[in-house]
Design a protein around this ligand. Structure first.
Ligand SMILES: Cc1ncc(C[n+]2csc(CCOP(=O)(O)OP(=O)(O)O)c2C)c(N)n1
Ligand SMILES: [Mg+2]
Length: 285
């Protein structure tokens, strides 16, 4: 899809005006992602080798503001769209930007299977614990008791824990960030893109209009030490925050990272395309 022209210089910005609410941390996720990609370009990655997909929701508007090519997908489908881009050209660094409703509700099956299949893509979930674009209904990560127009008696269901779920489903890179900490988020996104396999970055973000009850939790957050951790320890840290009680500790950082063959390393023909830096078209010649 053709985007708006970029401002002079490689800024990865477009000329599109933001329609996100003032103060929405989506701006910060955009900025952290933009800086992570710019830093990787400085390290030798090529701008034209980045591609993105986005879901539908407030988060999905990032497609208009980040100047890399890609496909603006359907709600719940940024993961299969990203996998499709990767299969079409396995030399690309593909990033899927998704919402919590997008990923853990409509797109849940894709999320679990991506953890299993280990495609070499990065998933960044903007988790504001609400379906914000459609006026704040509860998502699978909303806290018990969250009252909305659709849940007037308050949400009854326990929230799911996406970090625990991703670890259980076999994800090879699992991290959590705070949208308001742009520098830390940038670093984690860089590490996620460098990871060979499925890298999952859950970004906790406030919504400044809906689900205000779970905003402003920076004082509960702390950073995990950056060191190798086995699955048992990773699961233990994952359970420190259950997305429910606002009094919990919220660990940030990389919970788990382990190399295992990615989807394209398992497929001989995709492996060949990556090793020889070729496209499907080159094979036909
Ligand atoms: C298949 C499908 N179901 C529902 C919708 C309606 N819909 C559009 S945006 C949205 C909410 C998105 O919530 P989330 O993914 O959490 O993103 P946020 O707006 O919070 O960033 C919904 C339910 C849709 N467009 N397509
Ligand atoms: Mg949301």
């Amino acid at each position: 899809m053709t985007k708006n022209p970029e401002k002079p210089g490689v800024s990865l910005r477009t000329i599109k005006h933001s329609t996100w609410c003032p103060g929405c941390p989506d701006h910060m996720i955009l900025e952290a992602s933009r800086r992570a990609i710019l830093s990787l370009i400085k390290q030798g990655y090529k701008k034209e080798n980045f591609a993105m997909s986005a879901g539908v929701g407030c988060h999905g508007k990032i497609f208009d503001y980040l100047n890399i090519s890609g496909i603006y997908g359907l709600h719940g489908r940024p993961i299969p769209t990203a996998i499709g881009i990767k299969l079409g050209n396995p030399n690309l660094n593909v990033i899927a930007f998704a919402g919590d409703g997008d990923t853990y509700s409509e797109g849940m099956a894709h999320f679990i299977h991506a953890c299993r299949f280990n495609p070499d893509i990065t998933l960044i979930v903007h988790d504001n614990q609400a379906f914000s674009l459609t006026t704040g209904q509860a998502t699978p990560t909303s806290q018990v008791g969250y009252k909305t127009k659709a849940e007037p008696l308050g949400e009854f269901n326990q929230p799911l824990n996406p970090i625990h779920l991703a670890l259980s489903a076999g994800a090879s890179f699992v991290a959590r960030c705070n949208a308001r900490d742009e520098t830390h988020t940038q670093k984690i996104i860089e590490r996620a893109i460098k990871h060979k396999g499925f890298s999952f970055v859950e970004v906790i973000q406030d919504c400044v209009v809906f689900n205000l009850e779970v905003n402003d939790r920076d004082n509960k957050m702390y950073k995990l030490l950056d060191k190798h951790r086995d699955m048992k320890m990773a699961l233990k840290f994952a359970q420190e925050f259950n997305y429910n009680k606002v009094s919990d500790k919220i660990p940030l950082g990389i919970f788990y990272q382990k190399h295992r063959n990615s989807l394209n390393e398992e497929w001989p023909i995709l492996n060949k395309l990556v090793k020889q830096k070729k496209t499907w078209k080159d094979l036909k010649k």
